[in-house]
Structure formats: C-alpha cells, structure tokens
Ligand binder design. Structure first.
Ligand code: TYM
Length: 333
C-alpha cells in the first residue's frame, strides 16, 4: 500500500447534488485505486447549523447510500461517521489551542453562512475549520479531494499543521495537498450563475439532486437560466458575463469528459434550446443510475449501518494511534 493517504468528508445535510458529485465524489471514486482512502460523513459538522435529529439521521443514511451508489467501494475504502471516532474531537481541541483567532476570522465561508448577524451564529460554525483540520490530520492525510469552496479551509489546515510542527516536532505532520477538479471546481446554481449550487438554496430548481428522477432533471434543465445569444467562443472571454452559460457548458464538458474547446466547437452557433436537450440526456444517463442505486441501498438500512460500523472500527484503529502520539508530543500524561 502506498503511503499516500486520502481523507475527505461531506456533511450529511439534505440531498447530495451535482456540485458535490463533480466537485468531490467523482474524485473520491477516481482516487480509490491509487490511494488508501478514508471517506467520512461529517455528522459533527452538520450540527453547526440547527437540524432536526430525525432529519439528521435520515441524511446520514442517504449520504452513506449516495457514496456507495456513486461507486465508492466499501471494501477498498474506509467509509465512516466522524462522530464514531472520538479522536477527531480530541485533536480538534488541541488544534484549537494552536490556531490563531486572526486566522479563523478570515474564513469567508463563516462570513457567508453566519450572514449579517454573526453574534447569533454558533461557536461551532466559527471553529468548524479547526474540526475539519483535525479530520485530516488525525489520519496524516497527504491528499484531500474537495471542491473549490473548501480551498481556504485546506490552507488553514496547512497553517495549523505547520505551526504544530514548529511548536512541537519538526515534520510531524505532512502538509496535505488539496485535490480540486480543474474544470468545474465550483458548480453554480441553475437559477443564478453567480451563486454556488448548494443544499441550502431554498429553490430545488437551483440544483440537480443525486436522487432526482429523469422528469425532474429534464424540467430543471429546461428551466435553468441562460441567455438568448447562441453558443460561441465568447462565452469564456475575459470580460464575458455569461455566467449561466459558462456553468452549463462546464457541467456538460465534465460529464462528457470533453475539453471546453471541443464542446464549444461542437455546439458553435447553436442555441441553448438545442444544447439543453443534449445536456438533459447526458445528466439522465449519468445521474439516474446513481439515484436508482441510492434507492436500492436505502432499502437495506441494516446493511448500510453495518458498513458504517466496520468503517468506524477501521478509522478508530488509525486515529487512536495518532492521538496517542500527539498527546505524548504535547506533554499530556
Ligand atoms: P460540504 O458538505 O459542504 O460539501 C462536500 C463536498 O462537495 C463540494 N461542493 C462543491 N463542489 C463544487 N461545486 C459546488 N457547488 C459544491 N458544493 C459542495 C465541497 O467542496 C466538498 O468537497 N467542510 C466540508 C466537509 C468536511 C471535510 C472535512 C472535507 C468536513 N471535514 C475534511 C474535507 C476534509 C463541507 O462542509 O463540505
């Protein structure tokens, strides 16, 4: 087994969508043959925003089913719930004492999520990137596949690891590399090309869920915002404001594994009416088999829970070794 190790996670809040798939899960699947991979349901992170306990439980099972349905192999990889490995929370506390308040204050995702009333946001939402750093460092992960929106959190993780190495033990932590997809690092909302596709957007029309049916996908693409100009190379010119058009073309290019130039050439001069038909077909071809498999996995929750249990045991074996070393390094008995 190579000494390259992957850790990544997804919050089990609501349905996973095309952004999670293209930004993260596709890379999770691609990396499983080359790396030792830990894929985590970030259920403790899900508590940073108020959730109904019943909904959280459902989302945990749905997310686990989505991982498997998208092609993550539970025999090759460790699939587990963050809350079942207590060393994450323990290391998070130690890293809280290493990270600086100034570093956290710069996190743009906190500013976006907390909105205008920061005083009312949970402390967990603020310290969230420190728990995320603990998730990565407890496995001494070398590579972290994420969408572009998590880049800043990864930079923070590297800063924390560097300070730990400087304060306590040189080279203890390797600095983890973010693995961010080149072409669609950030999938945008189907209703607003300047907003990220997100589970929390009020409009379900803004996203393609991995559980959507063929009819829902076709409807959503039909209603997706575009402009009235034909497709041509100016879509990606420097000052182009055709954000919605850019988003749809990038989604198509990623799913079809074709370069942007090829896609632009093939559709040059055509309208979005024609393009949307082909995009819908492609999405149905790629997403519907996943949604079918999610249903199949959800029809046997006992098996899903068993997979998570086996994963948690494996994750614990690795994480416990690290936390014991770290406690010793920082001087705890
Ligand atoms: P979360 O649950 O918000 O998103 C999960 C993954 O999906 C990516 N993603 C997107 N990529 C492209 N376009 C989009 N519109 C889009 N929306 C989401 C995210 O970048 C992410 O990779 N903090 C993390 C979860 C986490 C984690 C970790 C990740 C907890 N601990 C340790 C990596 C390592 C989060 O909230 O992701």
């Amino acid at each position: 087994m190579s000494n390259k190790r992957v850790l990544s996670g997804i919050q089990p809040t609501g349905n996973l969508h095309l952004g999670n798939y293209l930004g993260a899960i596709k890379n999770f699947v691609a990396m499983q043959n080359e790396f030792q991979c830990f894929y985590m349901l970030a259920d403790l992170h899900a508590l940073t925003i108020k959730t109904q306990p019943k909904n959280l439980k459902e989302s945990i099972l749905n997310t686990a089913a989505s991982f498997l349905a998208a092609g993550i192999d539970s025999k090759k990889n460790v699939i587990f719930c963050q809350s079942k490995v207590s060393s994450h929370a323990e290391l998070s506390w130690i890293l809280n004492c290493i990270a600086r308040i100034g570093w956290l204050s710069r996190m743009t995702q906190f500013k976006e999520k907390a909105g205008s009333n920061k005083e009312k946001a949970s402390v967990g939402l603020y310290t969230y990137p420190i728990l995320m750093s603990a998730d990565i460092l407890i496995y001494k992960a070398t590579h972290v596949p994420v969408g572009d929106d998590q880049k800043q959190h990864l930079e923070l993780c590297r800063d924390i690891a560097t300070k730990f190495n400087t304060d306590y033990e040189n080279n203890y932590f390797a600095l983890p590399e973010p693995i961010i997809p080149k072409f669609v690092a950030r999938v945008m909302s189907l209703r607003d090309g300047c907003k990220k596709m997100s589970k929390s957007d009020e409009s379900d029309l803004s996203r393609i869920n991995l559980t959507d049916t063929k009819d829902q996908i076709v409807q959503k693409i039909k209603k997706a915002k575009t402009d009235s100009d034909p497709i041509n190379e100016n879509i990606f010119e420097k000052n182009s404001k055709r954000y919605e058009a850019q988003n749809l073309i990038k989604i198509y290019s990623n799913l079809k594994s074709e370069t942007l130039d090829t896609v632009l050439n093939n559709f040059n001069g055509k309208t979005f009416y024609d393009f949307k038909k082909e995009l819908s077909e492609l999405l149905v071809e790629k997403i519907c088999p996943i949604s079918e498999k999610i249903k199949q996995y959800r029809s046997d929750d006992k098996e899903l829970i068993n997979i998570l249990k086996i994963g948690s045991e494996k994750a614990n074996d690795t994480a416990e070794k690290t936390i014991l070393e770290i406690k010793k390094i920082v001087g705890l008995l």
